[in-house]
Design a protein around this ligand. Sequence first.
Ligand SMILES: Nc1ncnc2c1ncn2[C@@H]1O[C@H](COP(=O)(O)OP(=O)(O)OP(=O)(O)O)[C@@H](O)[C@H]1O
Length: 253
Amino acid sequence: MDQEHIKLSAEGVNLSFGSKQVLKNIDIAFPEHQITALIGPSGCGKSSLLRAFNRMHDLSSNARIEGKFNLEDQDLYEKNISVTRVRSRIGMVFQKANPFPKSIYENINYGLKINGIPKDQRPGIIEKALKESYLWDEVKDELHKPAITLSGGQQQRLCIARTVALRPEVILMDEPCSALDPLSTLKIEDLILKLKKKYTIVIVTHNMQQAQRIADKTVFMYLGEIIEQGDTGDVFNNPKNELTGNYVRGRFG
Ligand SMILES: Nc1ncnc2c1ncn2[C@@H]1O[C@H](COP(=O)(O)OP(=O)(O)OP(=O)(O)O)[C@@H](O)[C@H]1O
């Protein structure tokens, strides 16, 4: 069925930094146009797993990665595929909003430029991306102001606009609300729910309420392994594994 079409997946993943193994024999699949939450205690490997999908460990000289990562039928670690190409298909939003020290406009324009989008097409794409990220009405009269003057929540929506401007197929989000107040958090959650119509979304979160509010699927990780994955309602209300139950009920973490 279309809803369960697997967009992104990994099989047999092992990841070590030096002698420390942080991911162990991970098999995971993300359905298209759904939101999947990765949850688990600090240090269990959630961010490391997320980062593996857009080749962020390529930069760590001590990282050793094994396994098969696929975006549909594209092997993401294939010898000839460019990392820029992988990252234009799989965008990423980080924990702390990280706008460039440039204007609001330039923050989006920059990625378009380096991805070879013709100059005359960029203003339209920038406006569309800001609208899609629910930021346009707040910034349309001050596009040339430094991005750093925006509030934390606005900066995070700008980072989302920067990502969607490149028309990715998947958006990876690493605790995108952890530095935000409750109202900005709800705005971003609302935005994420709308974005899933166009994109496949994977979000790392420590916020159990957030996972239950927005995620279709939830994956519980512990000490580098996947303990349980399934529909969010089942993982939270009817977990199969005792560890999952203890974690989602806040008994450790
Ligand atoms: N570049 C790196 N070099 C060495 N060790 C690393 C590196 N990146 C992550 N680690 C280690 O890998 C383990 C998993 O970290 P990771 O950030 O993936 O966990 P996490 O579940 O996302 O944690 P948190 O919820 O605290 O963000 C940790 O022990 C961390 O110290």
